[in-house]
Design a protein around this ligand. Structure first.
Ligand SMILES: [Fe+2]
Ligand SMILES: [Fe+2]
Length: 362
């Protein structure tokens, strides 16, 4: 049985023996067919390689599965655009990391090279012109070893697309993108053991994490840059109903750029917690936003954001929670996570069907 490095595993391969962590915790059972989720799990437990059943080891599932039988996410990952995006993205994150560390050493009061900071995000966006495509790419990226920097890059890309959806002028879109890029810069001041802790945080640790907002503001405050960027670092965890931190501000006192960044931030956190699951179906994300409470966000931003995301999936084939397949034909403006779906000979309005929902995009 060949032993294959975890980084080279491909969904569809079958595990030839039980897989344990170094402290003997069972991770996968023998004969498990690998999925993105299980590969991510192996990465999470730092398992370097596993034995794979011979007959499944050679070809990748991407090669074996005909295009029309691949899932939505498999098709994206198999595309040339995605492979290029992934390579460019990783380069951009490394570059960004260097530039941010430079910020910490440069003397205060100096002008920040914002063009340099924006260059990588703009290059990524130029190659991937449609908003939906960017989202699809981001949803399908695996956990990167540097979660903070990759997350900042994701939030910057989402902010850029979001700013366009809001019809903001170019200058503001750039400011918003920078605000997204730098929103979590304060995390550089948080000890690594707390930031990267895989288990639940203690109350005290959570209090320390929360200080990244004020820390971020302090890092940026003396630089010659747009005030919105500094405010976004300080206020992106504030919520319109006053339930956020660090100050518990209510809507009228929260910087608009911080409000937009907060939506992009939460969206990225929900769609990219890939340690324990694959990409979330966008309809699921919307229902999480709905249950978390839309009043936490400014309605003029959150509704635009969710509507654009949902609308970009009109005409897509979906799987419903009862096993039926159909095409999304119409979005319900008042119930975004429950669209109208055309299944064979009939139409199902999910907003009238209690308990029925979109399980996956096919
Ligand atoms: Fe944050
Ligand atoms: Fe964040």
């Amino acid at each position: 049985m060949p032993r294959i490095l975890t980084q080279n595993l491909i969904p569809g391969m079958v595990v030839a023996e039980d897989v344990y962590t170094y402290n003997n915790q069972l991770v996968l059972l023998k004969d498990t067919e690998l999925t993105d989720k299980s590969i991510t799990k192996l990465e999470f437990y730092s398992i370097l390689s596993v034995r794979i059943r011979e007959d499944t080891a050679s070809g990748s599932s991407e090669e074996k599965i005909p295009q029309e039988e691949m899932s939505y996410s498999q098709r994206i990952k198999a595309s040339q655009e995605f492979k290029e995006f992934k390579a460019d993205f990783e380069g951009a994150v490394d570059d960004f990391k260097g530039q941010v560390n430079g910020l910490l050493t440069v003397s205060k009061g100096s002008k920040v090279n914002t063009e340099g900071l924006l260059k990588d995000t703009n290059d990524l966006l130029r190659k991937t012109p449609s908003g939906l495509q960017i989202f699809d790419m981001l949803h399908n990226m695996r956990m990167y070893d540097d979660p903070t920097f990759a997350h900042c890059m994701n939030v910057a890309l989402i902010c850029h697309v979001f700013g366009r959806w809001l019809n903001m002028p170019d200058r503001d879109v750039d400011t918003l993108t920078l605000a997204g890029l730098l929103h979590d810069v304060g995390k550089l001041k948080i000890p690594e053991q707390i930031l990267g802790k895989p288990a639940k945080l203690t109350d005290n640790e959570y209090q320390i994490i929360k200080t990244h907002t004020v820390e971020g503001y302090n890092i940026l405050k003396d630089f010659d840059m747009d005030e919105h960027i500094k405010n976004a670092a300080l206020m992106h965890h504030e919520r319109s109903d006053g339930s956020g931190y660090p100050l518990g501000l209510t809507s009228e006192r929260i910087d608009d750029f911080a409000k937009i960044v907060s939506i992009a931030d939460v969206y990225d956190a929900m769609t990219s917690a890939r340690v324990y699951r694959g990409p979330l179906c966008p309809f699921k994300v919307i229902s999480i936003f709905e249950s978390e409470g839309l009043q936490k966000y400014d309605s003029k931003y959150i509704l635009t954001f969710l509507e654009y995301i949902v609308n970009s999936y009109v005409n897509n084939r979906v799987l419903l929670s009862n096993g039926l397949e159909g095409d999304i034909v119409l979005i319900n403006k008042l119930d975004l996570s429950h669209p109208m779906v055309h299944c064979g000979s009939h139409y199902i309005d999910l907003s009238h069907e209690h308990g029925l929902y979109v399980e996956a995009i096919l």
